[in-house]
Every structure is written in structure tokens, then in C-alpha cells.
Design a protein around this ligand. Structure first.
Ligand code: FCB
Length: 449
């Protein structure tokens, strides 16, 4: 572990922790909140590994003040959270829910009062179920509904945000939610998934235009889950497999936004499953980004015969069975830097799930500390090579509802005892706090000189 890592980051770098509404808030049916597709999906037998749901989660909705104190106590400068669309607009159209809007008002003001910058995401997956009932992201009408929702949130909160993100990980919504069916809404159609991806991109571009037309105060962007793509061997077939994975997982999203078109080779490979694109759509999607958020967890190794097995790769795995490969983060950032003209980049999520045995009120998660340290060093390496890095946020502030894995997978730097809702700082949180303190002191000294 490098004790001087903090020296590699400038005074204006943003450090934060991240969460999302469905994963922590609970209060799923309180104060006028509408049902979301995740509320519904959790009730589908077999959908969630431990048959749990988000009804209570971390009970954050009722513990806002003490959770904000917890965040401030870590010494971070920023907090990334999401707004639950059905909490503020229960049916996804029409009437707004004042109690829901008031909650996010208190959240944003509470952050500012503690000197923390609010980074807001509009869509971290919990679409109002009422919109799913009329077709969800597969229908073009949902695009218009999202733009209205974006406007409503900006009008209420937009004057106090550090950044505003349209979507979190559109690939996950499209592919895991609509092609593989392992995430809400649990559909299994490739044709639907490509149309969903198109509508997510379109709604992103139209929302940016609408928010700017109303004088957006906060920088606007999107958050993508990107992996470093590698072929399993150097055979031509594996290299091609990795290339196609890169086109489908990364370029399918970045090419439209940065270049105004889908990657030709990927489009051709889809054949009849290609999305319907109306005239003007691509220009609407290709809006300038004020920043790009990247969520990075692991590399993806592709082989033509799908024989690659992470359990035999020799790399250490997290509790999600994701390979730990920090160098991939540097490589990915350099790939992006070469490929497009990057705006300021935030790592909006990075972290690991580990078993975390709790002993005597302490959690000795040395594996997570090492994970964070090594990935922060990877960000510094990319920065040194010219990638415009603006910030880094740990996933996650605290253990929470990990989607189809339920509560069994723990990503927090703060431990949550779900029986008592007690929060305990893990060793990784103490390390992050110390790291940030050294970073701050170093810059304070420079100013003093
Ligand atoms: C990302 C999600 C986030 C969290 C992490 C582990 O795909 O954006 O909500 O579940 O994975």
C-alpha cells in the first residue's frame, strides 16, 4: 500500500460515496410513493436470491439526518444519490407527490449544510410500475414521460446540484432487465432490449436539450458501466469476440452520444433485432456532455467459444465472483481517451463485495481497502497520462439491497446490521477517511506556503 497516494490528486478533485434510492431508502409504500418496477419484480418468486425486497432496505428515508452526518464524518466532499421517480411522481405522469419532493429537498439542503456536494441521478432503475404497465422503456411514450420528470426535478432541485445525471447504466437496464430477464422488469427479448437501449439514449439526449432550454444550472451527464475488454487468447476468433463485446457494451452507448451513430458492425450483427430509429433521433442523442460518469468494477474476458472461466483465471475474485483487475481501469480510461473527446470524467462507482465478518463492533475488510487503494492508484495513472479525471466515488456508502443478490452481498464501507439498522464504519471507511485527511492536509499546507 502506497502511503503517498494522496499526493497524486489535485486540490479540486472530487471525492465521494455513492448510493441509489431503491437500494437504501425503504419506505416503499409511504408518504404517497408509487410502486416501482423493482417493488413488483421483488415479488416474483425466485427473482431475488434471498427472497428479499426494498420495503425497508437501510431505512434511509427515516434516518436521513443521521445518515448525512455519517457521510460528512467520512470527510468526503460529495455524495451521489438517486431520486426515486415513483416517490416524486407516483404514476410517472401527471400529479407530483409533494412529500417525495420535500424529502429530496431536505436531502439536498442537508448535504449543502454539511459542506457536501449533491450529485443527483434521475434514473437508477426504479421506473414507476404504472409506466411499465403501458410498455415501459420499450415504448417511445416513456421517453416523453422521462423528459417531463427531468424537468420537474430540475425545477425543484436544479439550483443546488453539483451534477445532474440522466441514467445510471443503460446497458444494465436494457440487457439484464429486458434481454436476460434477471433484473426488473424481467423480460427476455433481444429485440425489446435494443429498442429499450435506444429509448434510454433518446430520452437522455432530449432531457439534456429540455434542461438546457430551461437554463440548467448544474453540469449534465450520464453514467455508463464500462469494463476493460480483453480476449481470452490471442487467436483471431477470441480477438473478434472481445471486439464485438466492446462494441455492444461500450460503443453502443458512447458512439451515439459522441459520434452521432451506432457502431455499424454491431448494428449489422443485430439484423432483425436492430432498434427502430426515427429520423432526427441520432442528432437528438448526440448532445454535448458536461461530464461523463463511469462505473468500473472488473474486466471482461471474451472467448469465441465462451469457455473462459473467471474461477480459473488466477486473479482474485470479489464475493460477486468479479475479477479484481485495477489495471483495467487505467486501460479503459485510456481507451476512452483515445476514442472520443472526453469531458471531465468521474468514476461514479467503484468498490467490491466481500464477506466482512464483524467482530467486536469492528469489520476488518482488508480486501476492500486494498481494492479501493489499488483502483484509486489506477485513476491516478490515467490522470498522469492525460485523462481529464474530475472525481472518484466509492460504491457504496453502506451495505444495501444488491438487486437480484438481495442483502447477501455487501458493498458498503459502512456495515449495516439489518436487524437493528446500526451502522458501523468498516476498516475500509477508516482508511478512506485517513486518506482524504492526508490529501486535504497536503493541499492546506501548499496554500499556507
Ligand atoms: C452497479 C449498480 C449499483 C450497484 C453496483 C454493485 O451496476 O449501478 O447500483 O448495484 O453495480
Amino acid at each position: 500500500m502506497n502511503h503517498d497516494l494522496h499526493r497524486r490528486f489535485p486540490a479540486d478533485f472530487t471525492w465521494g460515496v455513492a448510493t441509489s434510492a431503491f437500494q437504501i431508502e425503504g419506505a416503499a409504500f409511504e408518504d404517497g410513493k408509487g410502486e416501482s418496477i423493482w417493488d413488483r419484480f421483488c415479488r416474483q418468486p425466485g427473482a431475488i436470491a434471498d427472497a428479499s425486497n426494498g420495503d425497508i432496505a437501510c431505512d434511509h428515508y427515516h434516518r436521513l439526518g443521521s445518515d448525512l452526518d455519517l457521510i460528512a464524518g467520512l470527510g468526503v466532499g460529495a455524495y451521489r444519490f438517486s431520486v426515486s421517480w415513483p416517490r416524486v411522481q407516483p404514476l410517472g405522469r401527471g400529479a407530483w407527490n409533494e412529500a417525495g419532493l420535500a424529502f429530496y429537498d431536505r436531502l439536498v439542503d442537508g448535504l449543502l449544510a454539511r459542506g457536501l456536494k449533491p450529485h443527483l441521478t434521475l434514473n437508477h432503475w426504479d421506473l414507476p410500475q404504472a409506466l411499465q404497465d403501458t410498455g415501459g422503456w420499450a415504448t417511445r411514450e416513456t421517453v416523453n414521460r422521462f423528459v417531463d420528470y427531468a424537468r420537474g426535478v430540475q425545477r425543484r432541485l436544479g439550483d443546488r446540484l453539483a451534477t445532474l445525471t440522466t441514467h445510471n447504466e443503460p446497458w444494465v437496464i436494457a440487457v439484464l432487465g429486458h434481454e436476460q430477464g434477471v433484473f426488473a422488469p424481467g423480460l427476455k427479448s433481444r429485440r425489446t432490449a435494443t429498442q429499450v437501449a435506444h429509448h434510454l439514449l433518446l430520452s437522455h439526449g432530449l432531457a439534456l436539450q429540455a434542461l438546457r432550454a430551461e437554463g440548467a444550472a448544474a453540469p449534465l451527464g450520464i453514467v455508463l458501466n464500462l469494463a476493460h475488454m480483453m480476449p481470452a487468447t490471442d487467436t483471431a476468433a477470441d480477438i473478434q469476440a472481445s471486439h464485438m463485446a466492446d462494441l455492444g457494451g461500450r460503443c453502443w452507448y458512447t458512439d451515439p452520444m459522441f459520434k452521432g451513430h451506432y457502431p455499424e458492425e454491431a448494428l449489422a450483427a443485430l439484423g432483425a433485432d436492430a432498434p427502430q430509429v426515427q429520423p432526427g433521433d441520432m442528432a437528438d442523442i448526440a448532445q454535448p456532455l458536461d461530464f461523463l460518469g463511469i462505473n468500473y468494477y472488473t474486466r471482461v474476458v471474451s472467448s469465441a467459444d465462451a469457455s473462459f472461466d473467471v474461477k480459473k483465471s488466477g486473479l482474485p475474485l470479489t464475493d460477486m465472483d468479479w475479477e479484481i483487475y485495477p489495471r483495467g481501469l487505467t486501460e479503459l480510461l485510456l481507451t476512452m481517451h483515445r476514442d472520443v473527446s472526453l469531458p471531465p470524467v468521474y468514476i461514479t462507482e467503484n468498490g467490491g463485495a466481500f464477506k466482512d465478518p464483524a467482530t467486536d463492533g469492528q469489520v476488518h475488510d482488508a480486501d476492500r481497502t486494498a481494492y479501493l487503494h489499488d483502483h484509486i492508484a489506477a485513476v491516478a495513472d490515467a490522470r498522469d497520462q492525460g485523462v481529464p479525471m474530475a472525481g472518484y466515488m466509492v460504491w457504496s456508502l453502506m451495505d444495501n439491497f444488491e438487486w437480484s443478490s438481495g442483502y447477501a452481498k455487501r458493498f458498503g464501507i459502512v456495515h449495516v446490521d439489518y436487524a437493528t439498522q446500526q451502522r458501523t464504519l468498516k476498516d475500509s471507511a477508516l482508511w478512506y477517511r485517513g486518506f482524504l485527511q492526508r490529501w486535504r492536509e497536503q493541499h492546506a499546507q501548499k496554500v499556507g506556503v
